[in-house]
Design a protein around this ligand. Sequence first.
Ligand code: C2E
Ligand code: MN
Length: 406
Amino acid sequence: MLTTILYRSHICEGITVQAVEEMVASANGKNSHANVTGILLYNGTHFFQLLEGPEENVKEIYHHICKDSRHYNIVELLCDYAPARRFGKTGMELFDLREYVHEDVLQRVLDKGTSRYQLKYDDRALQFFRTFVESTEKENYFEIPLADSWEFVADDEVQLLPRQAEVEDDEFSFAFQPIIDPLSREIVALEALLRARDGKSPADYFASLQGDALYEADLRSKRTAFALAAELGLKDHPLSINLLPLTLVKIPDAVPYLLQEIKRFGLIPDQITIEFTESDVMSRIADFNRAVRALKAEGLRVAIEHFGSGFAGLLLLSEFQPDKIKINRSLIQDVHKSGPRQAIIQGIIKCCTSLEISVTAVGVEKAEEWMWLESAGISAFQGNLFASPALQGIPLILWPEKNTNY
Ligand code: C2E
Ligand code: MN
């Protein structure tokens, strides 16, 4: 199927226009052999390329392009299908935008095209040409340094002492994972994650329970979470726990039970954030809201996690505004390379900023993901890049430090 890929990237220092021309010339032969056509725009700093052809060939060539060390910050903007090529002349043409006067340049680019309609029918690919040529999206291009410009180092001074609690022979236990602000070197909170004894994931553990036993287990397990947090000496660090939204709705004494257990272990309600996924909330929004009001009246904070991965996201947010939103790995993964993910996360951040809701990124594994998210304005992070969850323990945190050899 005729496939189109559009990407943008940043030229590496020291690469001359001549070198770019030579690169295009050598790519030309390969592309025409693979029946891939397109155009490469260059503005002195950025490349913007369209590749069109059979799906497999386009993807293979793009994969190759991503590995080229002459450019970096390669962001895929569009991958789509079309009935005909937009730039169907053989090979790959290099178009240096600087050689044309500004008013004229978009039309000159489009004149290179082979599609009949140019911008007439709101073609997404051609609209991307317009935004690139007119530089209207430029403030959203974050120049992320290479991954090895940072080292991740344990630092005694900002560490919660790694330690392990006594093992209790219970049906489940908890692992703790820090949420940190890497640049201010602060621990924002610790999250208690349920661990079943047989190694099942929280989702599988809950799936093995029937009916209201599920909500009972979810609620009563929090006693263990609070007990462990107290034993691990959380001091005044905030603690996050997870609950299914329906646990609050289905169990009438859920709120008094939580408060009683928080106090039993010497914790204070203001220290605790309860994280809910957005699933099932909308069907019981009035009951959920009532339970949340009771929690808030006691000083607890509320977060919505896995934001954007369910169907209720934006509708839920219009009805209910939490203190915090957590974006999880499914949206974070390789965000530095993906135009759609970048646009969605920027949208979430903008919306949360207007509502004074703080945003946490969860599941950060790569330095580039973290750097992109920092540039976009997020400052709270949870992920294996900094610290993996520790069973019944507090893990060592690795803090980013500028690599001095760099
Ligand atoms: P969550 O609350 O968003 O927790 C973060 C999940 O991401 C955890 O998975 C954690 O191990 C994982 N994670 C953290 N950093 C990374 C990373 O860098 N890479 C990858 N690949 N994963 C990372 P876990 O512990 O399996 O928990 C999954 C979900 O189960 C949680 O997502 C939460 O929604 C739910 N859950 C956990 N404990 C409880 C609980 O006590 N009650 C309820 N109702 N749900 C719970
Ligand atoms: Mn959570």
